[in-house]
Design a protein around this ligand. Structure first.
Ligand SMILES: [Zn+2]
Length: 418
């Protein structure tokens, strides 16, 4: 069975400080995400999925008492995380012994028997830092196996330990309240229409706000449609995307727009004394600037991806090595353009609508002539494609988009006129 994990909902106001890491993190879902990604990489296009997971963003409205309960809980979880890391590290240092998740889970049970304080927290949530640590170690060992640069799991500070996860059996939805085991009911607001069976809930502290991501199983993907209208997408910086019909999509460069506010907030933070209350306030202000940039970016990308998926049956785009590109001099602009976010949004929206989203290997698409297939070498600054063989004259990106469209169509095995 294939699973699919969707990154987001259309609710843009609530889309804020979530990175990619908010994805559902139980082991099965981790595996599912990996599967859907590897399937996507292998075939270049998303197969029809039998089960789709989709996440919905909620804004929690805890009471004062609940706020302090959550804060105390997070501190406790952070302590657990650090203790477990300590234990694993020392066991290896002293006795050359590996300690695993299940050992620590058994020990947690022991601890709960002896210690009244830890008994007051729900065990289902206490297991979350243990799982998290297990994943951290798995990642560490995987990097060693793959000869990448490993970083040993680190101790976490309470200020930065901001979230926990509750799995399906331990919470339930009742109207606009989410009831978590032992913690009680939390009112929430959302602009999403929640559907499907709730699987996992992530609760996260964002500065002084509390948010949650609800992951639901929304059943099988829609049957794939016949391809009538197809489009190729060339992602860039001067224009965020150029479509194969010649349309360009503007790149608003959000970070550049907000650079002034960002700089001011950063400088204000730097002037404040460490550990002071004013520093915390300045930090919150800086966080909000970043959040605003992110919100605007996401909102814009949602509009574009929704437009593309509703208008076309097949969207072909290039698969980019963003990690590689992000090490170059253009890193800031490239990360700001958020191509990966855009392609991810296109993929999941297409999947829900039964349309095709295809990532193609973009190698040579700029150089090749889209009319005759001959190679026309050009430098980065040449913005026009002029073919000496067939006389075709086009914008450079337009030509690339046409090539990407053709590759995408050949992957899916259709030929459509756009
Ligand atoms: Zn040509």
């Amino acid at each position: 069975m294939l699973w699919f994990l969707c990154a987001n909902t259309h609710s843009t106001r609530l889309l804020t400080c979530w990175g990619e890491t908010f994805f559902a993190y139980t082991r099965s879902i981790d595996r599912a995400l990996e599967l859907s990604r590897s399937e996507f990489l292998r075939t270049g296009c998303s197969a029809r999925l039998e089960t789709m997971l989709r996440s919905f963003q909620l804004r929690l409205c805890p009471t004062h008492r609940q706020r302090s309960v959550l804060t105390v809980l997070l501190a406790h979880l952070c302590g657990l995380y650090n203790d477990c890391l300590w234990q694993r590290r020392d066991a290896w240092k002293v006795a050359r012994k590996h300690i695993h998740y299940f050992d620590q889970q058994a020990e947690l049970t022991q601890l709960r028997r002896q210690d009244e304080e830890s008994r007051s927290f729900p065990v289902a949530i206490q297991r979350d830092p243990l799982r998290r640590l297990e994943r951290a170690f798995q990642g560490f060992f995987r990097r060693i196996r793959h000869r990448q640069q490993p970083g040993y799991p680190r101790f976490r500070s309470e200020q930065r330990y901001d979230s926990f996860e509750v799995d399906g059996g331990n919470f339930r939805l009742e109207g606009t309240t989410v009831v978590i085991v032992k913690l009680g009911g939390f009112r929430f607001k959302t602009r999403c229409r929640i559907r499907g069976t709730p699987k996992v809930l992530h609760v996260k502290r964002c500065g002084k706000h509390w948010r949650a991501v609800l992951v639901c199983d929304i059943g099988a993907a829609a049957e794939k449609v016949m391809v009538v209208r197809a489009v190729g997408l060339d992602l860039g910086l001067s224009a965020l995307a150029t479509l194969s019909d010649g349309t360009t999509i503007r790149n608003p460069r959000w970070t550049e727009q907000m650079e002034k506010q960002l700089g001011a907030a950063n400088r204000a933070l730097a002037r404040k004394q460490r550990g002071s209350r004013n520093r915390a306030k300045a930090g919150e202000r800086l966080r909000r600037v970043h959040q605003r940039i992110q919100g605007r970016r996401r909102s814009y990308l949602h509009q574009i991806s929704a437009f593309l998926v509703s208008r076309y049956d097949l969207v072909a785009f290039e698969q980019l090595n963003i990690r590689g590109l992000a090490r170059t001099r253009l890193a800031k602009s490239i990360l700001d353009a958020a191509w990966r976010e855009l392609t991810w949004q296109i993929i999941y929206k297409a999947e829900e609508a039964g349309k095709w989203a295809v990532g193609v290997n973009a190698r040579g698409t700029t150089q090749m002539c889209s009319a005759c297939g001959q190679k026309v070498a050009k430098q980065l600054h040449e913005r026009q494609h002029q073919c000496p063989h067939c006389g075709l004259t086009l914008g450079r990106d337009h030509n690339a988009a046409l090539n990407i469209l053709r590759l995408g169509e050949s992957l899916v095995g259709v030929s459509a006129k756009c």
